[in-house]
Design a protein around this ligand. Sequence first.
Ligand SMILES: Cc1cc2nc3c(=O)[nH]c(=O)nc-3n(C[C@H](O)[C@H](O)[C@H](O)COP(=O)(O)O)c2cc1C
Length: 428
Amino acid sequence: MERKHFINQIITIGTLTFFCSLALTPATKATYELPPPQTIDMSLEQTIFRRMSIRKFNNETITDEQLATILWNAAGYRQDGNRTIADINGTYASVIYVLKEDAAYTYNPVNHSLQFYKPGDWRDTVGYQYPGAPLVLGLCYNTTLTNPNNAAAEIGEICQNIAFTVDALNLGTVVIGGFPPAIDKMGIPEDQTGLIIMLLGHLLHPYNFKYRLLWFSLLPKVIETQMNLTTALQQRTQTTNFQGTITRQELSQLIWSSYGFSYYLDKSNQDLNQVKRHRTVPSAQAYYPLEIYAVTASGVYKYQPNLLTMFGNYSADFIGLPVVTYLQKIRNGDNRASLAAASSLPSISSVPLSIITVLNWNKTKNTGEQYLQFWYFEAGAAAQNIMLEAAALGFKSNIVLPTDNTTLSSLLKLTDGYTPLLIVPVGT
Ligand SMILES: Cc1cc2nc3c(=O)[nH]c(=O)nc-3n(C[C@H](O)[C@H](O)[C@H](O)COP(=O)(O)O)c2cc1C
């Protein structure tokens, strides 16, 4: 009797141990430590030239080292306590879900780890547009912390960091938006909302870029700084106190980074991507409805990223056209005080350059208010590019909100149908 009881006990303990060990395999434990991020040694401008959407992947997995680098670059904390993205209006509200084969996790930027969220493989459920990606990210935000537009801009910053890191790692990604948010199929807490999904994987059709700089402009060409992506993320500096001057070369480079066209032609023949000369940011439906303005001590300017695409009434280049780009002066003199008075940061009255993203509703092709967050996403993406390029050129920057659109619209000579979204001041 005693002996039978003892054997039963051994069997029970053994069974419990077996199931506990299954539940606590490294992949599904509550906190999943990530290795330190790796340095990305590609120059910032190269990573911008190479940005493009990839929608087809092979079945190779993404390593923990790659994932750790992508997530830290996305929104991690640096050693100086700042993050790789700027806050908007003093707030960070984003939540990044990481959907792996075994379970869904959230990225904890404070200790650079993954927190277990839910068991199961949600990758194809959430990434249903293009199933088969080895890793899926869900970009969401906490609705109690900020408003939908500021959240979208923050997610735009994050997705640029991810896109640059991914192309430098020779991996691919695509930004996906949709209604209702695809992450809803998995379920997230009630105080969060989904906005964007990013698929990550190895390319089925490898990158194949040809340097085809056909650039017709009085604007100086983009130069490749010696700063790599990791250093730019480390050195991006926000300030509220600006001074200094800006050269035409620097102005040209900063404004190009916001919304310009690549020096590369894409020869990779992706069957799910017809764009031939990609732009520095992605755009929902490739509509590119933003107009970029610059305010300096000498005037107010409007940026033309490429006149030739406008002729065909396309905003994306599906042919591989030359780039005919320029700045059009729309107002003379120093108007920085008016800009500052219409913004959330009056001290930008002394900044040498402010770049303003303005939504042209006409270019949104009747997608209406529903798409507004996507355009704020795009403005946030453009802002992140400017802030990284500012770091590479030795400048500080910030993201500032318009507070008086009537004054701002009159300054920029905007008619009805235009809404200023974000202001990015750049100076020393
Ligand atoms: C907010 C947003 C939503 C997007 N949604 C989708 C989508 O649902 N499906 C898709 O295939 N691509 C989507 N894209 C990617 C765009 O189609 C892509 O950026 C555009 O066609 C330009 O191509 P490129 O990124 O390769 O230069 C989205 C991009 C943005 C910025």
